[in-house]
Design a binder for this molecule. Structure first.
Ligand SMILES: Cc1cc2nc3c(=O)[nH]c(=O)nc-3n(C[C@H](O)[C@H](O)[C@H](O)COP(=O)(O)OP(=O)(O)OC[C@H]3O[C@@H](n4cnc5c(N)ncnc54)[C@H](O)[C@@H]3O)c2cc1C
Length: 395
């Protein structure tokens, strides 16, 4: 058993926790990350299932940290356009990077590939990376917080960051009240071969049951799907044989990419909105999905988390220290500022997602007409499209 000291202990080496670690280490902070899964410096040899749309703002920051440039070209697709339509009506909205003088609208990358690039970067920046162990619950003291690892080691930190995902145990440990909404949907995720090329366009078809996203991958004939469905439909689709599933998916995609063939497992995730009402508790602060989870229909979850990490790093990097020790009052002031600003950002996203979810859910013909007219109107009004693009490019 060893006792180790660190300025910041980040529990959770997902995309958000690692990005924060890099930003703090780059400014000379002493950082330790504990990740419960085993990790390596090698990119996964085989394609992995979970992908994210990383927006331009997040990419810029990850490049500044030195991580984005580590992504292998053949594991990333920079998408040039978006095509969103309503299957039940004539509503359609299209975005094009060139129309807005942008190099592209964002990139689709496997989560595991982004995590590996960040892991390598964090290591190069001198972050103390511990993996394959979990943490026992923390004990808070006046000047620090003590965390025991299940390996028996003990870490003493000035600040504990909970970056341990949507089911954050650290958040639960301090009994943080959470606003929770079960969408009663699951997100079915799979990798799909398409008979027609995707042409670098991210597509999304809205159905009465929920949206089907077809996210372009580096291979011009491969997309990753996120199909939001009522729970029973998701379960039924996961159990269909391959031929039946491929047919159902091709129909749901309106044949826009020709015949679709699933080439991976089909896995579904429960879709929930969660919003922690308190992000700072003594020497513990929440970031990323530990603080908020949102519906994946706009592909914004991790971008919002990067925004948390960006601001928290900025706040902490402004703090002066005496003998490596932060002044407690100043630390609390910076944390409160972070909490206020990022709660506002999270609530804005949650409200937008809620609006989309309500608009596209019901079978009500009046709402169907409203959303068709709404999509048409947005498609014609460039300032409105620009507004949507701006929203999608904030972190
Ligand atoms: C179906 C689906 C599709 C999505 N698509 C998109 C998209 O296109 N774009 C987008 O921006 N977002 C998307 N999201 C959201 C995105 O995946 C999440 O917002 C993002 O992964 C959150 O990152 P995180 O680092 O906060 O948490 P996580 O990725 O959950 O990472 C948490 C880490 O903490 C570790 N951990 C947990 N407990 C402990 C412990 N006790 N000790 C040590 N380690 C621990 C875990 O192993 C994990 O590595 C999607 C979500 C879903 C469900």
């Amino acid at each position: 058993m060893a006792l180790k000291r660190t300025q910041v202990l980040i529990v959770g080496g997902g995309m958000v926790g690692l990005a924060l670690a890099c930003a703090l280490a780059k400014a000379g902070r002493q950082v330790t990350v504990v990740e419960q899964q085993a990790r390596t410096h090698d990119f996964p040899a085989e394609p992995t299932l979970r992908v994210s749309a990383i927006n331009l703002k997040a990419q810029q920051w990850l490049r500044e940290l030195g991580a984005w440039q580590r992504l292998p070209d053949d594991r990333r697709c920079d998408y040039q356009g978006m095509d969103v339509w309503d299957q039940d009506s004539f509503g359609r909205i299209q975005f094009n990077a060139a129309d807005s003088d942008l190099p592209h609208l964002g990139s689709i990358v496997e989560n595991a590939v982004v995590e590996t690039a960040l892991w390598q970067t964090a290591d190069a920046l001198g972050v103390n990376l511990i993996h394959g162990v979990s943490v026992e619950m923390p004990e808070f003291q006046e000047q620090d917080v003590t965390v025991q690892l299940d390996s028996g080691d003990i870490i003493l930190a000035q600040l504990l960051v909970a970056a341990d995902g949507g089911n954050s145990k650290l958040r639960q440990h301090v009994a943080t009240p959470v606003v929770h909404r079960d969408y009663e949907q699951q997100g079915l995720v799979a990798t799909i071969k398409t008979s027609l090329p995707h042409q670098g366009i991210a597509r999304q078809a809205f159905h009465a049951g929920g949206p089907l996203a077809l996210l372009p991958m580096a291979d011009p004939h491969e997309v990753s799907i996120v199909w939001s469905l009522p729970v029973t439909d998701a379960q039924r689709l996961c159990q269909l044989d391959e031929t039946q599933f491929n047919q159902a998916l091709t129909v749901a995609s309106d044949n826009r990419l020709g015949l679709l063939t699933c080439v991976s497992q089909r896995v579904s995730f429960p879709l929930t909105m969660r919003y922690a009402q308190r992000w700072v508790y003594q020497r513990q602060v929440l970031v990323g999905d530990a603080a908020h989870t949102i519906h994946p229909l706009a592909g914004q979850g991790v971008n919002l988390g990067f925004g948390d990490a960006y601001l928290l790093a900025q706040q902490l990097n402004q703090l002066g220290s005496l003998n490596g020790q932060w002044n407690d009052a100043q630390l609390q002031r910076q944390l409160r500022h972070y909490e206020r600003a990022r709660k506002t950002a999270a609530l804005r996203h949650i409200a937008t997602m809620e609006g989309f979810h309500q608009l596209f859910r019901p079978r009500n013909p009046v709402l169907r007409l409203a959303r068709a007219v709404g999509l048409k109107a947005v498609d014609k009004a460039n300032p409105l499209k620009d507004f949507f693009l701006q929203q999608a490019n904030q972190i």
